[in-house]
Design a protein around this ligand. Structure first.
Ligand SMILES: Cc1ncc(COP(=O)(O)O)c(C=O)c1O
Ligand SMILES: N[C@@H](CCOP(=O)(O)O)C(=O)O
Length: 468
């Protein structure tokens, strides 16, 4: 399997090179050059199988030729043994036709663990084989940072620099990032918002000298390996509800579009998905784009679902590439317009293609809080604010006979202030986090300035290559 860049000006690469590249050299995102197909019989065969085995089978077509089958099986088994729930991603029924897929049973209580636990093992495996070291740079609105730090702490072939917006992540999320105590972990609070952090990460990749000196790579969902691992739970959930003999819809609380793009990938591989519903909070650029065809970056509003306080949604570029019939030049033009004027217009044919694959809805803060308390009171399931955004939107898109699965992307304890404000009581903390508030925090605060951040990386990375 080879991967091509959405902007068409970077070389096609195999899985291991894409894994270590993060972002393509032309600023684009890697996608598989064709979608592997799973037959109905193969999909039906997933029923009742352990999550790790299904994961290896779904992921294998993407890694063939780069990772040996036995190594992939072992890495999947190890990654999903870190989860607290034997099913890894259990489905819970809330009402007739309504389900949540609990993706928060990993080590940091967020869906990011599903991909990050596997990604860190794949990276470690590839680096050990090649005898290389890398520097990871990432941007987080809260959950990617914690999951990456947990997955990569104390790995001696990796230095991890994680940028987060100062004061805009929950206290629980911040402490998960700042209390690892590991020498290879460097949390950085940026005086800006998540979009500023993500823009700095992409600009760092665009600095060829820095990229080469630090052997820069990424673990945000710009890295294809993140998406690949997230495809798996769409299969396990749909099969548990009757696929391939029955169509299933999914609603996904969406920010950077990685999670829902994994659902799109599952559909392209043959999973019968009815609707893929994008759920956003008031930072609703994706819903506006689907409604009007105009992608227009506005200001970011801070909400109780901070991990979705995003305007520049990285993986939408992958969806555009698909909607433009894989015309990389067209995507390149749109991305150039975005860089220049913070906006672009999707051509009617591409917009129609996007609307064929996705629908979208938005929730405001009042509806989010009402959904938290209402769902808890009516069903006993306590959603975190991101899941509540998903549930509120999902309930407007339910169709008779088609199960609707909302992805539950974080444990409510990660956002206890918002949950307590809605329900009047704090959510119970799962075991293993009792000392989080007493651990010593270590992080730096840096200006929202590219050269300040790049200088910090060069001064603090353990492995910097000489200039040639
Ligand atoms: C709890 C939670 N829900 C939803 C999202 C949105 O996911 P994505 O960025 O893949 O769209 C995030 C962040 O990515 C998150 O941390
Ligand atoms: N909400 C995310 C933002 C980064 O998303 P990613 O999926 O591209 O890593 C977060 O929690 O940091």
């Amino acid at each position: 399997m080879k991967y091509v860049s959405t902007r068409g000006r970077a070389p096609a690469l195999g899985f291991s090179d894409v894994l270590l590249a993060g972002l393509a050299g032309d600023g684009g995102l890697y996608v598989p050059e064709s979608w592997p197909q799973l037959s109905s019989a193969e999909i039906a065969g997933f029923a009742g199988r352990p999550y790790a085995e299904v994961a290896a089978q779904v992921i294998r077509p993407f890694t063939t030729g780069d990772i040996d089958d036995a190594d992939l099986d072992r890495m999947c088994a190890e990654a999903y043994a870190t989860f607290r729930h034997p099913a890894v991603a259990p489905l819970v029924q809330l009402a007739p036709g309504e389900w949540v897929l609990e993706l928060f049973h990993g080590p940091t209580l967020a869906f990011k663990d599903v991909a990050m636990q596997l990604l860190s093992r794949m990276m470690d495996h590839t680096l050990a084989r090649r005898g290389e070291k890398v520097t990871i740079i990432g941007a987080t609105s809260g959950d990617t940072g914690g999951a990456a730090i947990e997955a990569f702490r104390d790995r001696d072939n990796v230095d991890l620099f994680m940028l987060f917006p100062e004061g805009r992540v929950s206290p629980f999320q911040q402490r998960q990032m700042t209390t690892s105590g590991a020498a290879n972990i460097h949390p950085i609070a940026i005086k800006g918002n998540f979009d500023d952090c993500q823009a700095m990460v992409k600009a760092a990749f665009g600095n060829k000298r820095l990229r080469e000196r630090l052997a820069l790579t990424g673990v945000n969902s710009i890295n294809w390996a993140r998406i690949v691992a997230q495809i798996v739970y769409y299969f396990t959930a749909a099969v548990a509800l009757g696929a391939p003999g029955r169509r299933v819809s999914f609603t996904v609380p969406t920010g950077n579009f990685g999670d829902i793009f994994a659902g799109y990938a599952a559909k392209k591989m043959g999973l019968p998905i009815a609707d893929l519903v994008i759920a956003t909070n008031v930072n609703d650029i994706l819903a506006r784009t689907l409604a009007t065809g105009r992608y227009e970056v506005g200001g970011v509003e801070a909400t109780t679902s901070p991990s979705m306080d995003i305007q520049v949604s990285s993986n939408f570029e992958r969806a555009l590439f698909e909607a433009c019939d894989r015309d990389a030049e067209a995507v390149d033009r749109l991305m150039a317009a975005l860089a220049q004027s913070r906006a672009f217009t999707v051509e009617p044919q591409a917009l129609a293609a996007i609307r064929d694959d996705f629908v979208a809805g938005t929730t405001d803060e009042a509806e989010c809080a009402a959904t938290i308390v209402g769902t808890w009171r009516d069903t006993g399931f306590l959603p975190d604010p991101h899941t509540a955004v998903g549930l509120a939107v999902a309930r407007r898109h339910m169709a008779p006979e088609t199960p609707m699965v909302t992805l539950s992307t974080a444990h409510p304890a990660k956002f206890s202030a918002a949950v307590e404000a809605a329900t009047g009581q704090p959510p119970a903390l799962p075991p293993g986090f009792d000392d989080l508030t007493s651990r010593k925090e270590e992080f730096v605060v840096l200006a929202n300035d590219q050269s300040v951040v790049e200088d910090f990386l060069l001064s603090n990375a353990n492995s910097v290559r000489d200039e040639v």
